[in-house]
Design a protein around this ligand. Structure first.
Ligand code: EPZ
Length: 422
């Protein structure tokens, strides 16, 4: 088990190349099951969730190899329709393989995803979508057993009561090979879904309405393998912008899409940051403590729930009270008790964190619990006095590529230490 030892103090200054999007790559890779062939996905982040998904793809018969940030995938022998609990339990997003397997083979047996650090994180919308596409669904011993009537999915009208990234992605992939037209209403607008749709179109799918809440798919008989370049990781970008702002530093992000971060940039400016954006760069300068700035998370293009914990860390520095409301995951606050161990004064009321900022933060040993909560603890460690030991950073390694290297390049005092701590 590794830990980070972070010595607080000092400014973060410098330039960082943002990695490829974790959440986009783990949507694009299952899509490759729709068409047997060889693919190269450029700008793939070298991190645990990609390794985990590659192992699942291998279990399905595919070959995956990551060379630097180019992921080579060969799905010509990916003929298995069975995704085991042993693989799926490692990462919830593995459930994305359901749609492609079902669409390509007419049947699938996929383990239900395991729990999460916060939750519940149901998949009822995924299953509703597959049933609407003509699949018979049974749940047996923790597995989803799906069979397309007559061996092929059929286009349908599908409305999601909740805008779900995963359910939209799963159904979008499945519908590309269904017979007839599918119309998804209240579809997710996240950039990762738009990028998935663009990838599917490159593969030969017929899709209209990407980037809107109504997506129409005209099923085709087959798709073809193509190469693709992954989009930048907007959540990593937001994390580093906040890190620099917390230390009153100056950071330039390259290989980033500012358009994907409009809500975050707006809130950073409201908090007092100076931000310049160009085509694929963002420069942030912060010369003072942040102003208390409330945030309410919502679906894209609103403020992302995946940046909620990091914003919480940022507001510890504001003189005054800030309120963070998470309307997507109402209990995604595992970072709060750990931040309070560093001296923060945060009160949880339902799905809101009330932050009484301006308290002195002192280093302590704190525990990672999930990916973004762990990121928030790294940020807090950067400004706490003394050393902060952040345990179980395998949570961070799931979603951040070379995080400590990037922070060291910016001038942080952070090191990865092997521990026996279990
Ligand atoms: C994606 O998860 C992201 N993961 C999450 O990022 C992100 O937090 C989330 O979208 C919201 O933006 C990936 O893209 C791999 P949802 P997903 O389905 O698809 C409810 C990170 O830190 N819901 O959009 O699982 C659900 O409970 C990760 O990188 C149902 O009720 O999220 C939640 O309240 C964490 N039934 C809301 O919808 C369902 O069948 C949004 O969830 C599915 C979801």
């Amino acid at each position: 088990m590794d830990k980070f030892v972070i010595e607080g103090g000092g400014k973060l200054n410098g330039k960082i190349k943002v990695s490829g999007s974790k959440n986009c790559s783990i949507a694009l890779i299952p899509a490759m099951l729709l068409a047997p062939g060889t693919y190269t996905l450029s700008n793939t982040p070298n991190l645990r969730d990609v390794w985990t998904l590659s192992r699942l793809m291998s279990e399905l018969g595919a070959f995956c190899e990551l060379n630097g940030n180019d992921l080579f995938v060969d799905t010509r022998n990916a003929n298995s329709t069975y995704a085991s609990y042993e693989q799926v339990k490692r990462m919830r997003a593995s459930f994305y393989v359901l749609g492609p397997i079902l669409a390509r083979h007419g049947e699938a047996k996929v383990s239900l995803p395991g729990g999460c650090a916060w939750g519940p994180r149901p998949v009822d919308l995924h299953l509703k979508g597959m049933e609407k596409l003509g699949a018979e669904i049974e749940i047996e011993s923790g597995y989803v057993i799906a069979k397309a009537k007559n061996g092929k999915l059929e286009g349908a009208k599908i409305h999601f009561d909740i805008s779900s990234v995963g359910a939209t992605g799963n159904v979008l992939m499945a519908a590309t090979l269904a017979k007839g037209t599918t119309k998804i209403s209240n579809a997710a607008l996240e950039p990762e879904i738009t990028a998935l749709g663009r990838f599917l179109i490159k593969m030969g799918a017929k899709i209209d309405g990407l980037g809107t809440s109504t997506i129409e798919i005209e099923g085709v008989d087959e798709l073809k393998a193509v190469n693709e370049t992954n989009i930048p990781d907007r959540i990593e970008a937001a994390t580093f912008l906040i890190a620099a702002a917390m230390t009153q530093g100056k950071i330039e992000l390259t290989n980033v899409n500012p358009y994907h971060l409009a809500a975050v940039i707006d809130k950073l400016e409201e908090a007092g940051c100076e931000i310049d954006v160009n085509q694929d760069t963002i420069v942030l300068t912060m010369n003072d403590k942040p102003k208390p700035t409330d945030v309410i998370t919502s679906v894209y293009p609103g403020f992302p729930t995946d940046v909620q914990a990091q914003w919480n860390a940022f507001m510890l520095l504001a003189d005054g009270t800030s309120k963070i409301t998470d309307n997507i995951y109402t209990d995604r606050f595992k970072h709060v008790p750990e931040l309070n161990r560093l001296g923060a004064d945060i009160e949880l009321v339902d799905n809101c964190a009330i932050i009484n900022g301006g308290k002195k933060l002192s280093g302590a040993t704190v525990m990672s619990s999930d990916l973004r909560a762990s990121a928030a603890l790294v940020l807090a460690g950067l400004i706490a006095e003394g050393n902060t030991d952040l345990l179980r950073i395998y949570h961070l390694d799931r979603g951040y590529e070379l995080m400590e290297n990037k922070l060291l390049d910016l001038g942080a005092n952070i090191k990865r230490v092997k521990t026996e701590e279990f």
